[in-house]
Design a binder for this molecule. Structure first.
Ligand code: IPD
Ligand code: CA
Ligand code: CA
Length: 258
């Protein structure tokens, strides 16, 4: 019951937050600041979006917790109860530089289990959603299950630069693949794999809010989600991430990453 209520309100809030971001692109002076380094950006819209969710959640579900990038939630190391895992804008560099190719990402975890996932590509007009056990959708159209047997030689792979530094074998893996693609927003890279536009995404240094929703949606269409060495990816812990269709995941792991 509570999941139904969460789903109904989450959709309303995502739509409203998306509209505000869309309007801000046209009208508001976007204030940009660097955080940990000069490419780790935050804007007034990242903060305003997370604050909007924090206030809504506190009003409607005071017992739920928020795990968000910009610090309006709580310090969370375990997923007891209901936790809203939010990246108010994933792909902030794209938001600032391109005014597209970013998304709002929201995952709802209950006692550690990912129940609902939402990724809203505001400018692209794509709203991805999954409910555990009930499939994944983009703009209400079901996303087909991924083919199990795809091979690396036919695969487009997405590998971010942090992963290229950390895992030198990525260059050989890219050479063996059909091609390399990079989008600059972890959530949309997860959705590229979930929808079959790419076959694998390998990244280092991802945080819970980068992967919280993507994992739920990608797994719902049969993608395999692990750390780069094939071990379990615990979403509360920052680290590397490897999502791929089953055949490509197995091949990359066997020949390059184990
Ligand atoms: C970043 C993006 C980027 C990934 C970084 C993330 P942000 O998120 O998802 O693609 O490579 O590791 O931090 O800062 O734009 O929300
Ligand atoms: Ca992010
Ligand atoms: Ca962000």
């Amino acid at each position: 019951m509570v999941l139904e209520k969460i789903d109904q309100l989450a959709r309303e809030w995502l739509e409203e937050a998306g509209n505000r971001i869309f309007m801000a692109l046209e009208q508001v002076n976007i204030e940009v600041e660097a955080k940990a380094d000069r490419n780790d950006l935050v804007t007034n819209m990242d903060r305003a979006t997370e604050r909007y969710f924090a206030e809504k959640i506190a009003t409607h579900f005071p017992e739920h917790r928020l795990l968000g990038e910009e610090g309006y939630g709580e310090e969370i190391t375990s997923l007891e109860g209901v936790v809203w895992v939010l990246d108010p804008i994933d792909g902030t560099v794209n938001f600032v530089e391109q005014k597209r190719n970013f998304a709002i990402s929201l995952g709802i975890y209950q006692e550690g289990i990912g129940e609902l996932g939402y990724i809203y590509d505001v400018v692209g007009g794509e709203f991805y959603f999954a409910k555990r056990g009930e499939g994944a959708f983009v703009n209400d159209e079901p996303i087909p299950m991924l083919a199990k047997e795809n091979k690396l030689e036919n695969a487009l792979v997405i590998i971010n630069t942090a992963a290229m530094h950390k895992f030198p074998q990525t260059l050989a893996a890219i050479k063996a693949a059909r091609g390399l693609r990079l989008y600059g927003a972890a959530t949309l890279e997860y959705m590229a794999v979930a929808t079959g536009r790419a076959d694998a995404y390998i990244s280092a240094n991802l945080s819970p809010w980068d992967i919280g929703a993507g994992k739920i949606i990608a797994e719902e269409v049969g993608a395999i989600v692990t750390r780069v060495d094939g071990s379990e990816m615990v979403i509360t812990e920052k680290g590397d991430s490897f999502v791929a269709s089953p055949g490509v995941h197995a091949e990359l792991l066997r020949d390059y990453f184990r």
